[in-house]
Each structure stands twice: as structure tokens, then as C-alpha cells.
Design a binder for this molecule. Structure first.
Ligand SMILES: CC(C)(COP(=O)(O)OP(=O)(O)OC[C@H]1O[C@@H](n2cnc3c(N)ncnc32)[C@H](O)[C@@H]1OP(=O)(O)O)[C@@H](O)C(=O)NCCC(=O)NCCS
Length: 386
């Protein structure tokens, strides 16, 4: 088995493996899929597993950025991991993920995230559950009730506004100290804003993109704003369709103001889609992440990592004035022991009490747990599926 960058001549074979795994794409979607994978091949982000000359599995690394406690860093979004049915259950997926991890690390991504269709192969590669895509469904009339004659100036957004849309979204994630949201590259936002199925609006401090969901309901893709006025204005645009829309669904932060804006019940939570993360460069991931001002940490960590040896060893974790650092530690203080899964879960704000009871953390000084919990506290979410 040889695992290497996908050969551009094998796009049809790659699409065949994908079809047997996720379903057959329409002609239009297949063309878009090939274009996306061609871009990935050109930047060494598409990997294939070959048995002789035959392509038996593929995976792609998407070039994203991700917010962690109000700071953004490059993130390798792993997707499209598929093994041909006749080669499954023989260790191909495991071997492919090892190469994907190493490739993402060499390309310079400090962290990686993915939505798992099944957890075991990814957990074995050091990924751990980190956050959710939080979907809500709201009674259309309840959304319409949110309307208030707004003083806010709203205008339609087009691809000419891409830069402004990105500035607004990034500015809000930074200001709200969000953890988890990802940003696509600029060109993919241009495509989204040009897509006639998406209806997009801008205010000075917010962005709305929504559309029909294909079964008579409205689906809010993005609705973010920096003020109550903007949020009400956007929801009122969506809610103005209540006479026709059978339902209104939205992907929002778990602490989105919508819960507190709604006058009454009428909001239901769909089953959340969990996503997982893995740290690829522990030192860059810690120094690139935000931490709450006022937290102070000085804790020795004993990190194990069977796949990425540069991430293993004894480190000193410090957090001061919102800045984190991980340096080699030469003291003999009792160290908290974490594998890649425990470290990933801690990074995503999972309390130490949960990690210890899940077998993901051991040792150290129990007195340090509170400080670590305070430093990493987060409720990670994503607004996009990939
Ligand atoms: C999921 C998939 C990529 C795994 O590849 P694979 O080559 O079959 O996996 P491996 O043989 O390396 O198995 C790795 C581990 O995952 C487990 N695993 C694999 N498929 C699984 C499944 N569907 N459900 C639960 N566990 C699974 C294996 O049991 C093994 O665990 P073990 O080492 O504890 O025994 C492959 O089965 C596939 O393409 N499935 C259909 C498409 C899909 O779901 N892709 C994932 C999208 S996120």
C-alpha cells in the first residue's frame, strides 16, 4: 500500500470511491467536487492510498482557519475520508489517517478538525470530541414576532462585499471570544455570495445568509450581529416569510441571543453534530489560542503522542495575561499525564473532572485542575459543516 498525494489523473477513480461511500453526485456537483479536489492536489492537500496502481482510498485537507477563544489560527479540516468498500476493515483508513496527520503537520497547521461519520478511526488517530454544530428549529410566527421597526440600515450583499463580510464575521468572533467557528478561504466565500440559492444581507455590524431548504422551509446558514438591533432586523427578514415557510431552521452558537430574544417557547434543538479536533503542533496550538484575561497557570504536563513524536515529552504550560506558552520542563514536579485525545479535549474546554473519569487524564496535582479548567473554558461550536 502506497499513500501519497492524489494523482490528478485519478479524479474519476477518486469520485468512484466517494460515490460508493457517500452516494452519487449530480453532474453539476461532481464537476464542483473535481474542481475542489484539483485545488487540493495542487497544494498537496489531497491524499490517495494505492494498492499497486489502483486507487483504494482518499482523504482531503481543507485549508481553513479556526477561532479559539477569540484568536484565529490555520486549521486542517479533514474531510472526504473514504475507503473502497472491498478494502474496508483492513487497516487502510488507519494508515491513511497517519499520512493525513503528517501531511497537515508538515503543511504548518497547528490544529486539525473533522466531523466523524464514525468515531473509532479518528479517536485512534488522536482526535477527540470537541464541539458541536448546533441546529435549531423555530416556529415561523415566533421569528416574525421578533420584528421591531429597525433603525438599522440593511443592504443586500454580493460577491463584491466578500472582504467586508469576512471582516465583520472575523471581528465578531474575536469580540465574542468564540471557540470553534471556522472560516473558509476568500474564494469560497465569493462562490457562496454568488450562489443564487443564497440570499445575503449586510449591516454595519452583521451578516445574514439564508435560503430555501428544499422542502418548503427556510434555512438560515449564517445570522450574526454585534447588536440587538441588527439581530432583530435580520430575524425579521427571515420571519417575514412566515406566511409561506413551513419551518425555519438555523445553525447558531449554543449561546446565541436568539434564546433570550424569543418571547415564548417555540425553539427546538435538533440533534447536534459533534466534531473532533487534534493538535498537530502542541506549542503553536497553545501560543496561537486565546485565554481569558486574569487566568494564571503554571502546570507541568507529561504528553504522550504515538503518531507525532515532536508533541510528546515533558512540558511546562504557562498562561498569563491571556497568553499561553508550552516549553520543555526540566523540573520534577508531578505532571498531568495526557495523550493526544486528552490534550485535544482539554484544549476544547472539557473539564478535568470529565477527562479524569473518561480515562483521558491522570496524575498531576488535583489542585491544578481548577486553574486549567478556568484557562481552557470554552463552549466550542461551528456554524459550518464540511
Ligand atoms: C470509515 C472508514 C474510512 C474506515 O476505514 P477502514 O479502512 O475501514 O478502517 P480501519 O480498517 O483502518 O479501522 C480502523 C478502526 O475503525 C473501526 N471502524 C472502521 N469502520 C467503522 C465503522 N463503520 N463503525 C465503527 N467502527 C469502525 C475499526 O473497527 C477499527 O477499530 P479497531 O482498530 O479498534 O478495530 C471506511 O470504513 C469508510 O470509507 N466508510 C464509509 C465512508 C465513511 O464513513 N467515511 C468516514 C467519513 S468521516
Amino acid at each position: 500500500m502506497e499513500i501519497r498525494t492524489l494523482d490528478p489523473d485519478d479524479l474519476d477513480a477518486a469520485l468512484d470511491v466517494r460515490s460508493r461511500s457517500f452516494g452519487v453526485l449530480s453532474t453539476e456537483s461532481a464537476t464542483e467536487w473535481k474542481a475542489m479536489n484539483t485545488r487540493a492536489i495542487e497544494s498537496e492537500r489531497a491524499v490517495g492510498a494505492y494498492s499497486g496502481v489502483r486507487l483504494v482510498a482518499i482523504a482531503r485537507i481543507n485549508d481553513f482557519t479556526q477561532w479559539w477563544s477569540g484568536r484565529s489560527m490555520p486549521m486542517a479540516g479533514v474531510a472526504g475520508v473514504v475507503v473502497a468498500p472491498e478494502h474496508r476493515g483492513q487497516g487502510v483508513g488507519t494508515a491513511l489517517m497517519h499520512v493525513v496527520l503528517e501531511r497537515a503537520r508538515v503543511l504548518g497547521y497547528p490544529v486539525s478538525a473533522l466531523y466523524p461519520a464514525t468515531i473509532p478511526p479518528y479517536r485512534a488517530a488522536g482526535y477527540e470530541l470537541a464541539g458541536v454544530e448546533h441546529k435549531i428549529t423555530i416556529v415561523p410566527d415566533a421569528v416574525r414576532e421578533l420584528a421591531r421597526r429597525p433603525e438599522v440600515e440593511i443592504r443586500r450583499a454580493t460577491s463584491a462585499d466578500t472582504k467586508e463580510v469576512l471582516e465583520i464575521m472575523n471581528g465578531l468572533h474575536e469580540r465574542h471570544r468564540d471557540s470553534g467557528p471556522i472560516m473558509f478561504p476568500h474564494d469560497e466565500w465569493v462562490d457562496e455570495l454568488e450562489d443564487e440559492d443564497n440570499f445575503s444581507y449586510l449591516t454595519d455590524d452583521g451578516f445574514l445568509m439564508y435560503g430555501w431548504d428544499g422542502s418548503g422551509g427556510l434555512q438560515v446558514h449564517t445570522l450574526v450581529g454585534g447588536s440587538e438591533e441588527t439581530l432583530r432586523a435580520f430575524w425579521s427578514i427571515v420571519g417575514s416569510g412566515s406566511s409561506v415557510a413551513k419551518s425555519i431552521s438555523a445553525v447558531v452558537s449554543p449561546h446565541d441571543p436568539i434564546r433570550w430574544l424569543l418571547r415564548d417557547k417555540g425553539l427546538a434543538l435538533d440533534a447536534p453534530a459533534w466534531w473532533m479536533i487534534r493538535l498537530l503542533d502542541v506549542q503553536a496550538a497553545i501560543s496561537g489560542r486565546g485565554f481569558p484575561a486574569g487566568t494564571s497557570v503554571d502546570v507541568p504536563l507529561e504528553l504522550a503522542d504515538p503518531q507525532i513524536t515532536s508533541s510528546a515529552g515533558r512540558f511546562r504550560l504557562t498562561v498569563d495575561d491571556g497568553v499561553g506558552a508550552l516549553e520543555p520542563d526540566r523540573t520534577t514536579r508531578p505532571a498531568l499525564q495526557l495523550g493526544p485525545n486528552g490534550l485535544a479535549a482539554l484544549y476544547a474546554g472539557t473539564p478535568l473532572a470529565t477527562l479524569r473519569r473518561s480515562g483521558l487524564a491522570a496524575g498531576g496535582r488535583v489542585g491544578d485542575d481548577d486553574a486549567l479548567d478556568a484557562a481552557f473554558a470554552a463552549r466550542p461550536f461551528m456554524l459550518d459543516y464540511f
